[in-house]
Design a protein. Structure first.
Length: 260
């Protein structure tokens, strides 16, 4: 690594630490809007960190923006499914919404085949899959060099495990797109046009999955399986990719019972 590269890394880390500390200080002082702006600055600089998303969610919640809080708690849990405080605070935020809708479930095949992977992080599944793949080829090599008892079964087992963890890693790298309604009410229509009939309405903080986006519209599905088209500008997209949120609606009154 060159000296220039080292300086870039050090400088970047220092900027990250400074911005993070400024955001935390603003939060502790009750300047929640400022804390939101500082944390969103880190997101805009491509920082992907469960702690940043969690703190940003807390700041949004205390600033009165429940939908943005929910979206960022979901981001934190995507990166770290075992983040207990993020899950607890997400439940608290959902209880503050009008409909208190549950999160849409994963696809049936994922629930059936990958039911075991929900508490694992994306990085964990990736590294385990890579290690199992290397072990699989290592056992095959040993078998070619010196056939031993049970090496075929061991290789088969390692290959199946590598395939399972590889599928898990792929799913976690390409999760179903989740979005959160950002307006007080979001009309969901039968087609992509403001003249289309409204099929149902979402309310601020409702979570839906998105399977298609076109010309400023997103096709959304609720936990109950209702589907229709909503304006992209009325939704907050969880990601990845993780984009900073632009306020889609004026902030409500600050929450009196903020998350811990």
């Amino acid at each position: 690594m060159t000296v220039t590269a080292c300086l870039v890394l050090v400088f970047g880390a220092n900027v990250y630490d400074a911005t993070f500390e400024e955001a935390a200080s603003a939060y502790e002082a009750g300047r929640y809007a400022e804390a939101v702006n500082r944390y969103e600055q880190l997101v805009s600089e491509s920082v992907v960190d469960a702690a940043v998303f969690y703190n940003l969610a807390n700041a949004h919640y205390r600033n009165g923006d429940v939908p943005a809080a929910i979206a960022n708690y979901e981001r934190a849990l995507q990166l770290n499914p075992r983040f207990r405080q993020a899950r607890q605070n997400l439940d608290t935020a959902v209880q503050a919404t009008q409909q208190r809708l549950a999160r849409p479930l994963p696809a049936d095949w994922e629930q059936s085949l990958l039911f075991w992977h929900y508490d694992l992080t994306p990085r964990e599944t990736y590294y385990v899959a890579a290690l199992l793949w290397v072990a699989f080829w290592a056992v095959l090599g040993i078998r070619q060099w010196r056939p031993l008892r049970y090496t075929r079964r061991v290789a088969l087992g390692l290959g199946l495990l590598a395939a399972a963890f590889g599928a898990s890693a792929w799913v976690k790298a390409h999760p179903a797109q989740l979005a959160v309604a950002a307006r007080e009410t979001v009309p969901v229509r039968y087609g992509t046009g403001d003249d289309e009939t409204v099929r149902f309405e979402l309310h601020a903080g409702d979570r839906v999955t998105v399977d298609r986006r076109a010309n400023g519209w997103a096709r959304v599905t609720t936990v109950d399986g209702e589907r229709g088209w909503a304006r992209e500008e009325s939704m907050l997209f969880v990601g990845p990719p993780y984009e900073p949120f632009v306020a889609a609606a004026p902030a409500q009154a600050a929450q009196e019972a903020p998350p811990t």
